[in-house]
Design a protein around this ligand. Structure first.
Ligand code: SF4
Length: 246
């Protein structure tokens, strides 16, 4: 089976625990306004790798990954290529490699039996999900990403109900997600989940803007500033990442 790959990072340190092999897959049905990888949206220009190619590459660096590190499959939305990810993780688990998926959760449709069955299969071989909750408010989520958030929230509940560890990731954008009311609502939702091991607060940055220019796409957040250090501290307090008296 072939995977459509955007790029590979062999010593990633921000997409999951420890040092990780990060595989960025092509294809994404979302159009997040702050996306810094618009070149992953389509499969144009993808490099094709089969499962064995990737397994061999990961094993080459196994010594560096240790017990904590491993592989993270990111994107794009990696679960667009669900069958490839399942096959890849199945093989990597034979070599005791720690596995993580960085996902928007959008591909999980609780009303589709086949889809649920595939997620169950994926769960067998996945140690950690990095789940991006883009916006807790559904209408704002649609405005920000082009799609509703119900699949994402259903996926979070599904992971919790099935005892799968997850990290919640949330990008803080002034004027969009930097809003106490929404953050409190997000925290209330996270508190209903039993298996959240970490909350990753990610300050919005403009580093992707140049890619939009190169692709000839207008940058949707032109003029939006990055959040200040104080604002990020406030977000972390609301989400319970740091204590209020810090
Ligand atoms: S889900 Fe990820 S890759 Fe897809 S548009 Fe959003 S930020 Fe970009």
């Amino acid at each position: 089976m072939k995977g459509l790959v955007h790029s590979i990072e062999t010593f990633g340190t921000v997409d999951g625990p420890g040092i990780r092999f990060v595989l960025f897959l092509k294809g994404c049905p979302l159009r997040c306004k702050y996306c810094h990888n618009p070149d992953t949206w389509t499969t144009t220009g993808a490099q094709e790798y089969n499962v064995e190619d990737i397994v061999n590459r990961v094993l080459k660096y196994k010594g560096y990954y240790g017990d904590k590190g491993g592989i993270t499959v990111s994107g794009g939305e990696p679960l667009v290529q669900m069958d490839f990810v399942i096959e890849l993780f199945k093989e990597l688990k034979k070599h005791n490699i720690n596995t993580a998926v960085d996902t928007s959760g959008f591909m999980y449709n609780p009303n589709n039996e086949e889809c649920v069955r595939k997620h169950e299969e994926l769960n067998k071989y996945t140690d950690l999900f990095l789940l991006d909750i883009k916006h807790i408010d559904n209408l704002e989520h649609i405005e920000l990403t082009g799609v509703p958030n119900d699949n994402t929230l259903a996926f979070a509940k599904y992971l919790s109900d099935n005892n799968k560890d997850m990290w919640i990731r949330h990008v803080v954008v002034p004027g969009i997600t930097l809003n106490d009311e929404y953050l409190i609502k997000l925290k209330e939702f996270i508190d209903t989940l039993k298996t959240v091991k970490k909350i990753d607060v990610l300050p919005y940055h403009t580093m992707g803007e140049v890619k939009y220019n190169n692709l000839g796409i207008e940058y949707p957040l032109k003029g939006v500033r990055t959040p200040s250090k104080e604002e990020i501290i406030n977000v972390k307090k609301i989400l319970g990442v740091i204590k209020n008296d810090n």
